[in-house]
Design a protein around this ligand. Structure first.
Ligand code: ZN
Length: 112
């Protein structure tokens, strides 16, 4: 279960680190202070972002389960439709149910 949290933490930390160090890399001047600040931000920010996403109802850092058969869905998903690419979502590998990003079943005739 923790692998989901670790995965998102590492991903967000890497993005934060790159974003924080990019300006310094462009100007060609990088100080130790900038590096320390970037590392501290990369350590502190991901838990805040994950917490915020969970408050908004997104299962970031948590395993997602199929609402029909309770199978745990893979950490990395391949969108099988435009809707999944834009909004997130899954096709259950076990029962084939079409699920949204939170693991709830999406019915074909249900407007979204
Ligand atoms: Zn299922």
């Amino acid at each position: 279960m923790r692998k989901h949290y670790v995965f998102w933490y590492a991903l967000l930390a890497a993005i934060t680190l790159v974003a924080a160090l990019f300006p310094a890399g462009l100007s060609g001047r990088s100080s130790l202070l900038q590096l320390v600040v970037a590392v501290v931000v990369a350590i502190v920010l991901p838990p805040v972002l994950i917490w915020l996403a969970q408050k908004l109802g997104y299962p970031l850092g948590q395993p997602v389960h199929c609402s029909r058969c309770q199978t745990e869905l893979p950490l990395l998903r391949k969108p099988t439709s435009v809707r999944q690419g834009l909004l997130g979502g899954y096709d259950c590998p076990n029962c084939g149910a079409s699920l949204d990003a939170r693991g709830r079943e999406v019915l074909a005739n249900q407007p979204r």
